[in-house]
Design a protein around this ligand. Sequence first.
Ligand code: SF4
Length: 107
Amino acid sequence: MRGKGRGCSSPLEDIKDLINKAFQYYESHGSPDPKLVEMKGKVTPLEIYNYLPKINCKECGEQGCFPFAVKLANGEKTLQECPPIKKAQYAKNKLHLERMLQSIKLE
Ligand code: SF4
């Protein structure tokens, strides 16, 4: 969570940021679905990678699909930053990834 493009921040600022995000989430979504909460923490970069196109085109700005998967798992990237996943041939994978990543957005 530290150093996500905000420069250096103190642990206290990180906690404050996390609490604010939780309030924002609650205000806009209400209580999270228990299934999503349970799924959170179980989503690994490897699971995400398995549903990415695996063509390592680097259009996302990463060196390949696996580094992108790591950043998706950490919430540092969004699926929209992978242009190939929008192609019809990856439609099922995209849908699956969106469901998986929904649990990560709970932060
Ligand atoms: S843009 Fe998508 S397909 Fe291309 S390297 Fe990044 S994650 Fe892989």
